[in-house]
Write a protein that binds this ligand. Sequence first.
Ligand SMILES: [Zn+2]
Length: 349
Amino acid sequence: MDMRAVLLDEFGGPLHIRRVPVAEPGLGEVLLRVGACAVDQFDLAIRAGRWSHAVLPLIIGHEISGEVVAVGPGVAGWSPGERVAASLYLVCGHCRHCRSGRETICEDFAGHVGVSIPGGYAEYVVLPARNLVAIPDRIGFPEASVIANAIGTPYHAFTRRMRLRPGESVMITGAGGGVGIHAVQLAAMMGELAAMMGARVLAVDVTSAKLEAARAHGADLVVNPETDDLATVARDWTGGRGLDGILELVGPATMPAGFAALAKGGRMVIVGSHTGTELAISPHAFYLNELELLGARNVSVGELAEVVDLVAAGKLQPVVSGMYPLEQVEELHERVRNRTVIGREVLVP
Ligand SMILES: [Zn+2]
């Protein structure tokens, strides 16, 4: 059997659609028919060659939903016809972190779907069975494709790292993007779940369209740091107290304002940084105010099941703002490159 797939033949080069053989699922693996594959900045970084261990030609794509078609030897618990979403990390399954449910910091990390193994820009994909989580029929494949990364990432960051509590004030930088827009929803929702006052959400982004989207998804205040002083706005918004939490998706461009606006006991969680790699911090501010600076990777598969339940219950709306066939992958990459996408846009092979 063969399939249509989008192939990257050289880093920085064009993408080509070709027919290639469908792989057989090996030990512990499952063959999926791809229902949808979301596209994000990571795909562009891979394409540009910033993940040089990727083996070419490569099928990229790591935010995948689909239907089980066949299972390899040693796979229990999955059978053809089941609908799934998939996490993107390739992990060992038996190191100390994998055993404690923190497999995203696996000691024997083997890379990413769509980098170290072929990804989801294709009609079929083979994935480790341990990466899968079941999704109910009422969640469509396009929506399911954004659950593991765009929704799972802020869910992990808020619940396991920031430990966001009802009534706290939280700032989200890059709030109009794929991770950001779901972070806004999550932060607004987490308070409601506790039947208390919701976390107050300050959303930060640089276009009016993204700020409007953030407001529509639950932000109490939106700010463009190119036109307003972020630290001053955040301090004023919290009555001078400062922010309890910051979900940092932008990096050095917004982090100094964040440090200046953290409340005593405040926590900043870094999830992404596309505006630089180095930043000076003040150790004094950290110990004097018992600040916390944390990092967060992607969601664990155990947490992913919690996210699926929230989406299935209608408490979170996956924001899929565009769907494209494989033939329009270049157009979609251009939109992601220009950072004009609200939420996520997805390929539907
Ligand atoms: Zn491991």
